[in-house]
Design a protein. Sequence first.
Length: 211
Amino acid sequence: MKNVFLTIGIAASSMLVLAGCTKDPLNQLTEEESRIYITNRDDSANFSSYTTFSVADSVAVISNGKLEQKSASNVDKAFINAVITQLTAKGYTMVAKDAKPDLGINISRIYNTYSGVVSYPDYWGGYYGVWDPFYWGYPGYGYGWGGYYGVYSIKEGALSIDALDLKNAAKDQKIKGIWNGLIRGSGIFNAGTADSQIKALFDQSTYFRKS
């Protein structure tokens, strides 16, 4: 795969520039502004050579690298329909999966959980202006907690769309991915914004069209 493209909202870029003088700039972004759209393609693929496509009828839910389930919730169906709309607008014809489509489209919800330990062994030392030992009648004393440790866990979600070359699978003796779209950010899994999010991916993939 080559030719990786990434877009992020103008406001998001501006806030990142201001990161040095603003405490938490990303907290001021809207969900839409926080989203990052990444597309990746096989530059040897001729996208106009494909005519038909089929989309999997459910969304794969992948957690920490493992397939957990297939889902067809209202949110999942909204993204499936949004992909169908975009590919149809690009000139491709949707067919059933047993009708030998040229392209197979898989949609996945990807979740990764990161955890770790944070240590602040000297956090409580030296803050006499706030925690004043003189007030309690112990001048010259310091604070000691034997170190402060906390465990944190962060769960990150992303939406991934893969376009697979089924047309040439038999000839190549393998199924090759020719395009991937990835959405990261806040509030991704929202049926109400599925159309706009998928459109953003295809808008930056101008080569992905029948003609």
